[in-house]
Design a protein around this ligand. Structure first.
Ligand code: CAA
Length: 384
């Protein structure tokens, strides 16, 4: 059992145990250093790749581990408990890159791109957002101009996780803005293509060891066989992919929150004030009780969304609920964790300050909390 959820099969239980042990023994001791230096965790990612973590839900014929989404959520939570930056690097490669290649890619595309990405030999990024289009991707401006044998991509993408390290970028561009959403296409772009450039790296509050890049496409040629799905299917591909991505970010948020929660319990039992451990104080007990409850409620929503995906049910609303609940729980829990630690929590010595900074982005990327509420409300109000 992990946190009240039965592990259904021996091999999955074994792999999760390996991930838990690797996260605690190898990743966690490096997390503060990675945060301070902003260095990409190359070696850790290679080791996680050898454990099958770059293509967790990809069937083994396509180079992955063939695990289900519930196991993916559990594995990501374990990794994020140790290091939130490492978790988002994995979440993007798994959910936002391997995910759409598996669902919409041709067999040739799977062979050429999915296998190396799922094995971790190559790294992927998802280029949807633009300087003027974050919450509203339907209005995106990057152009795909049809040319002999393919397309020329032109424009700027923003906030691209793994943008600096990616070998392939799932890139969304419009054939003609007058066509609206029906003009948007998805392309698999090699970052070695002429005209592709990492034009800026963001200096961020948290998840400092993962890159967030601005990408400039200067008439980048993309051959016809790198169109993912059909012409005009791009927005559908982007939004359905983000449904899966939101389960990944919810799991990342759970890990960040769990790290802050565990640190708070330990500190409360050790720290003495007024002649006794502060855990004896009811004010602290209430924080601990509320942290535990919010964490488990968000976890069950996340696993429920993951289970719906595994069963082939529609899970757009469930994924939005999971991300909303888990990211807001993470922000609340990490804020209270600093409060439990008092002045010590405000320093870099206990890790909860890093948890607090890392938590914030989970309320923003892959759809802000306000966007998740829009998605949930739209689905609820559409029900008869
Ligand atoms: N799955 C499949 N198709 C979907 C869908 C889904 N979940 N949601 C909508 N669609 C389809 C609709 O059916 C519709 O198609 P038709 O016209 O053929 O019916 C089309 O997409 C447009 O649908 P809507 O009118 O509902 O969409 P909208 O334009 O009103 O937008 C939105 C809705 C909820 C605001 C949506 O745009 C959204 O989720 N925005 C947030 C985007 C986001 O998460 N951005 C973050 C980018 S990634 C990132 O963070 C970077 C990173 O590297 C981590």
């Amino acid at each position: 059992m992990i946190n009240g959820w039965p592990e259904r099969d021996e091999s999955k239980a074994l792999l999760l145990e390996q991930i838990r042990s690797f996260s605690q023994n190898k990743i966690k001791p490096m997390a503060a250093l990675l945060d301070e230096s902003g260095q990409f965790p190359t070696e850790i990612i290679q080791q996680l790749a050898s454990l099958g973590m770059m293509g967790i839900m990809v069937p083994d014929v396509w180079g992955g581990s063939g695990m289900d989404t519930v196991s993916y959520a559990m594995a990501l939570e374990e990794i994020a408990t140790a290091c939130a930056s490492t978790a988002v690097i994995l979440s993007v490669n798994n959910s936002l890159v391997c995910g759409p290649l598996l669902t919409y890619g041709s067999n040739e595309q799977k062979k050429k791109f999915l296998i190396p990405l799922a094995k971790g030999e190559k790294m992927g990024a998802f280029a949807l957002s633009e300087p003027g289009h974050g919450s509203d991707p339907a209005g995106l401006e990057v152009q795909a101009v049809p040319t002999s044998g393919g397309y020329l991509i032109k424009g700027t993408k923003n906030w691209i996780t793994n943008g600096k390290e990616a070998n392939y970028c799932i890139t969304f561009a419009t054939l003609d803005r007058q066509m609206g959403p029906k003009g948007i296409c998805a392309f698999i772009v090699s970052t070695e293509s002429k005209g592709f450039q990492v034009s800026k790296l963001e200096n961020k509050l948290g998840i400092c060891a993962s890159s967030t890049a601005q990408l400039f496409f200067d008439d980048v040629f993309v051959p016809e066989d790198c169109l993912l799905g059909k012409r005009g299917e791009g927005l559908k591909i982007a939004l359905s992919t983000l449904d899966g991505g939101r389960i990944g970010i919810a799991s990342q948020a759970l890990g960040i929150a769990r790290s802050a929660f565990e640190a708070s319990k330990k500190f409360a039992l050790e720290r003495e004030q007024f002649g006794a451990p502060i855990a004896k104080l009811q004010a602290i007990q209430w924080f601990i009780a509320d942290m535990a409850t919010r964490l488990q409620a968000a976890r069950l929503l996340t696993w429920s969304a993951a289970r719906s995906k595994d069963l082939g049910l529609k899970y757009t609303k469930e994924a939005a609920m999971a991300k909303l609940a888990a990211s807001e729980a993470a922000m609340w829990i990490t804020t209270k964790a600093i409060q439990v630690h008092g002045g010590y929590g405000y320093t870099k010595d206990y890790g909860v300050e890093r948890n607090f900074r890392d938590a914030k982005v989970t309320e923003i990327y892959e759809g802000t909390s306000e966007i998740q509420r829009l998605v949930i409300a739209a689905q609820e109000l559409a029900q008869k």
